[in-house]
Design a protein around this ligand. Structure first.
Ligand code: AMP
Ligand code: FE
Ligand code: FE
Ligand code: ZN
Length: 289
């Protein structure tokens, strides 16, 4: 009785359509799942529909890219209102800024390698959130490298001469936005050292102050020592602890359901979503004279 609360489809940098992804999830024997594409909710409708067909429970999710200078933070939002204008405005801008940044990376690469922006677009679904994985796929397709991972440890790595950063929201502001939209913010892979610099205790505490509800502790990118450190933090602030695969299909080594979250924890997340939505729809008390 468990859920995989962190998965990606072709609507961001996963390699499967939502339909294919949900079929594979059903095959795994999971109770339910969340689809958490980067900076988009475009897959929610299809995920809900296919979940129903397979008798799975679907928790709507999204992974928001945040940063403070060179520090990258990913924030998972569960169950926020899909029509929230502030959050929607933000993710529209985020997708556009990612695209401009990807174009600049490709421009730099094209000075040395035979790769064009059209090659990259050919690797992404229409309207998908563009990321470095799509550039990696174009490099693989052009036989410049062999795998996505090779790109991330070489040409597309943070320290590469071809790397271009992009502007992303401050993680504390992202938590505030998710809360205002009625969602449950949970920090994704909080100590993923493999990706570079990680958030400090001070930053995580600031996020908790802003309303962070949980930490994705069981994720392959958090090592044992960091997991223990995170568990203490979770205990101190009564935070929700989740476990997920961060599945990207064939795009990453992560396997579906390699980490999972118990149904009981998902019920706690759903309860907070219900409370948040109730608060957001309760009319403000107006004073009558
Ligand atoms: P970007 O969002 O453009 O900065 O690219 C980072 C994204 O690439 C992350 O969200 C991961 O999903 C993906 N990624 C990071 N490392 C790898 C890797 N080694 N192989 C495949 N995908 C990766
Ligand atoms: Fe990704
Ligand atoms: Fe992530
Ligand atoms: Zn992810």
């Amino acid at each position: 009785m468990s859920y995989d609360l962190h998965t990606h489809s072709v609507l961001s940098d996963g390699t499967q359509s939502v339909e294919e992804l949900v079929a594979e999830i059903a095959d795994c024997g999971l109770t339910g799942f969340s689809l958490t594409d980067h900076d988009t909710t475009a897959g929610w409708h299809s995920a809900q529909k296919h979940a129903e067909q397979w008798g799975l429970d679907f928790l709507p999710g999204m992974e928001i890219s945040c940063a403070i200078g060179p520090l990258s933070v990913h924030l998972l939002s569960y169950g926020h209102q899909q029509n929230d204008s502030v959050l929607n405005e933000h993710i529209t801008q985020a997708r556009s800024s990612r695209r401009t940044r990807a174009q600049r990376i490709v421009q730099k690469l094209s000075e040395t390698y035979p790769i064009t922006w059209e090659d990259v677009l050919a690797q992404a679904s229409p309207g998908a959130t563009i990321g470095r994985p799509h550039i990696a796929d174009a490099l693989v397709n052009a036989n410049i490298i062999r795998t996505r991972s090779e790109a991330f440890s070489g040409l597309l790595a943070d320290h590469s001469a071809y790397y271009v950063p992009y502007r992303a929201v401050h993680p504390v502001e992202a938590v505030t936005m998710v809360k205002a939209a009625g969602g449950v913010p949970i920090m994704a892979h909080p100590r993923a050292r493999i990706r570079g610099q990680v958030a400090s205790a001070e930053l995580i505490e600031q996020m908790i102050e802003a309303g962070l509800n949980g930490l994705e502790i069981y994720h392959r990118d958090n090592n044992e020592e960091d997991r223990n450190w995170l568990k203490k933090l979770a205990q101190k602030y009564d935070l929700i602890i989740t476990g997920s695969s961060d599945y990207h299909g064939a795009g990453k080594p992560n396997r579906l359901a390699e980490n999972t979250t118990p149904t009981q924890t998902v019920e706690r997340i759903k309860e907070i979503i219900r409370q948040n939505h109730q608060k957001n729809t309760t009319p403000q008390h107006t004073q009558t004279i």
